[in-house]
Design a protein around this ligand. Structure first.
Ligand SMILES: [Zn+2]
Length: 257
């Protein structure tokens, strides 16, 4: 069985039987894979260091084509993002990006650029202490582009005008201007301020993202936009568990009108 080596981000780890565990990882060279680590929990033998969620590792495993689960060989830690782990908001932001990658990619679908986007986002979350939601949105914009349903943030997709914008059409993946806006189920009522925030994030380097200031009510609505957008475009996606907690974690409990 050939031995495969690739850098990888650990997306999830779970117990399997009393003595084993399964990790899901996004590798740079092989896309998303699942690997079984056998016998690590027996007696005094411990699982190898490094195989924790969100760690970046140099992973080696034995590859057998057509099999859902590969066999673990070793993992050497490349980065554990301690800055991110010391902060609840940044930790949950990282976990939300891991879950998104887990749920929205196909097994063994190679996306080297997506690996790069993910590691850049985790690196930025590790280094930058403020406004992790902007880093999250920056990463989500890149993810949906790389997965084939990128948003058009240049102009109104219907007529090409530069605004003023009045809505976001989930189906078109674009803001639409007040002339082209119609009431329909896929239309969210979002105006120019939302367009401005997302346009900024779509073109800036990830570590610059926190420079854009967003008030809590705008932030909550951008979260709703992303959730609906991913659910609309990723087939079979019902929910993203780790996303649910984020608005209250970021901005506190929503005030009652
Ligand atoms: Zn228009």
């Amino acid at each position: 069985m050939p031995l495969v080596q690739s850098e990888a981000i650990i997306l999830q780890t779970r117990k399997f039987s009393e003595t084993s565990k399964i990790i899901s990882a996004f590798t740079r060279d092989r896309g998303r894979i699942s690997v079984m680590i056998k016998g690590g929990r027996k007696g005094t033998k411990k699982f190898p260091g490094g195989v924790e969620t969100l760690n970046r590792v140099e992973l080696q495993y034995y590859y057998k084509p057509g099999r859902d689960l590969q066999n673990f060989k070793s993992a050497d830690l490349v980065a554990s993002y301690l800055g991110l782990r010391n902060d609840l908001k940044r930790t949950y932001t990282g976990l939300s990006l891991a879950e998104t990658t887990l749920r929205c990619t196909l097994p063994e679908d190679v996306h080297a650029e997506l690996f790069q986007v993910l590691t850049s986002a985790l690196g930025a979350l590790d280094q930058v202490e403020t406004a992790p939601w902007t880093i999250r949105w920056h990463c989500l914009l890149q993810l949906c582009r790389l997965l084939g349903f990128g948003m058009n943030l240049q102009n109104c997709r219907s007529c090409g005008s530069k605004g003023p914008m009045r809505g976001f059409d989930l189906e078109l993946g674009s803001f639409v201007c007040s002339h082209c806006h119609v009431d329909k189920p896929t239309m969210l009522h979002l105006g120019g301020e939302f367009w401005g925030v997302l346009r900024f994030l779509d073109t800036c380097p990830v570590e610059i993202s926190p420079r854009i200031s967003v008030n809590p009510s705008t932030g909550r609505r951008i979260e709703v936009l992303f959730l609906q957008y991913f659910k609309y475009h990723v087939s079979g996606l019902q929910t993203l568990e780790s996303w649910k907690l984020l608005p209250s974690l970021y901005w506190g409990v929503e005030p009652k009108e």
